[in-house]
Design a binder for this molecule. Structure first.
Ligand SMILES: *Cc1c(COP(=O)(O)O)cnc(C)c1O
Length: 360
């Protein structure tokens, strides 16, 4: 059994030690006599898994006591609706900074609830960059400012969060969550589907500031009200037990790697090498502007779509998975999430050099 080089954008590569641990514990969690797939979500065992996962995340990301950590379902996509349902009133307005397809989807859902002010968009430039601070047209009345920290499809990433004054800041961090340290105290709410960088599909992590919950109107459907999940500590209904268990193992693995500063350094090294290979000649062309480049999703083109098709075919035959760009944009996308080993990046660079030599 040989593992491929997994450049999938999500669900994506998981650390081998995590997969090995899952395999070891699949029939029997130590001392429990059952698989994690078979335990009750009300059992002591699961309560321990849940609280350890939460504590690990709090430690790793330095989440202050002012913020709750929730494990929800419905993906990041449900957060596109839950955020405005809870925090945007019908006569209110929210600022959205639009930097790609996921931001557009978030806007679409918010518009069903209230008014949206597009504080900035780089759509005209095919989302090749992140807007500058000076381009933001923030509404001082806004209930919150929403931005997407990493644009999975266009391969751009905010170097740091936008400055928004006292307006609550909300972030869709799905595709760079746990890739670098964050100052969580700057955020009113931050959410991330686990399947990009934090675990398997099926759980979405939400971090929300306690004092912001007071703004939530009454009468929301129970499951769509953040207070339900805060009050019941993510155990109002059956949570995604297995996914939370795996997220816990991933967090344990990241701690053993030296924490998020070490993880960020490894990411910068992997992306740095790949971008350097892209920039080293004129055969490959990165699609994102240099100072907006994502360390997670590296998007590039070849001289023409026919060559891209050949590249992707040959790459697949050589054990490189997940390299086609998103179907809406085409091209090539190499996702370099935490669990992707440097060895895979180096193998891809070798393959790219060889391909360019043969086809330039
Ligand atoms: C993948 C992704 C989503 C959608 O996540 P789901 O869990 O499939 O709903 C939203 N935002 C970003 C930035 C993503 O990368």
């Amino acid at each position: 059994m040989k593992r491929c080089h997994n450049f999938n954008a999500g669900p994506a590569v998981l650390p081998v030690p995590v997969l090995e641990r899952i395999r070891e514990e699949m029939l029997c969690l130590p001392g429990v006599g059952m698989s994690v797939l078979e335990i009750s979500h009300r059992s002591k065992t699961f309560e321990t898994i849940l609280s350890e996962t939460e504590n690990r995340l709090r430690r790793l990301l330095n989440v202050p006591e002012t913020h709750h950590i929730l494990f929800l379902q419905g993906g990041a996509s449900l957060q596109f609706s839950m955020v405005p349902l809870n925090f945007l009133t019908r006569d209110g307005v929210a600022d959205y900074i639009v930097t790609g397809s996921w931001s557009e989807k978030a806007v679409e859902e918010a518009r069903k609830i209230g008014r949206v002010n597009i504080a900035a968009t780089t759509k005209e430039e095919n989302y090749a960059r992140i807007p500058n601070q000076s381009e933001l047209r923030l509404d001082p009345q806004a209930a919150y400012v929403h931005f997407t920290s990493n644009n999975t499809i266009f391969g751009t990433q905010w170097p740091t969060e936008p400055e928004v004054g006292t307006t609550p800041l909300v972030c869709d961090a799905s595709s760079d969550f746990l890739s670098r340290p964050l100052d969580v105290s700057k955020y009113a709410l931050l959410y991330a589907g686990a399947q990009k960088n934090a675990g398997p599909a099926g759980v979405t992590i939400v971090i929300v500031r306690e004092d912001w919950l007071e703004r939530i109107p009454g009468g929301l459907p129970t499951m769509l009200d953040y207070r339900t999940h805060v009050k019941h500590r993510s155990l109002y209904n059956t949570p995604p037990v297995f996914a939370i268990y795996v997220v816990g193992l991933v967090l344990e693995y990241l701690e053993a790697q030296g924490g998020l500063a070490a993880v960020a350094a490894a990411s910068a090294e992997k992306a740095g090498k790949l971008y350097a290979a892209i920039d080293s000649g004129s055969f490959y062309r990165g699609t994102a502007e240099r100072n907006s480049r994502s360390l997670m999703n590296v998007c590039f083109r070849l001289p023409n779509p026919d060559l891209e098709a050949v590249f992707l075919r040959e790459a697949a035959a050589n054990g490189f998975e997940g390299l086609p760009g998103h179907r809406s944009v085409g091209g090539i996308r190499a996702s370099l999430y935490n669990a992707l080993p440097m060895e895979s990046v180096l193998a891809l660079i070798d393959f790219m050099r060889d391909f360019a030599r043969r086809h330039a």
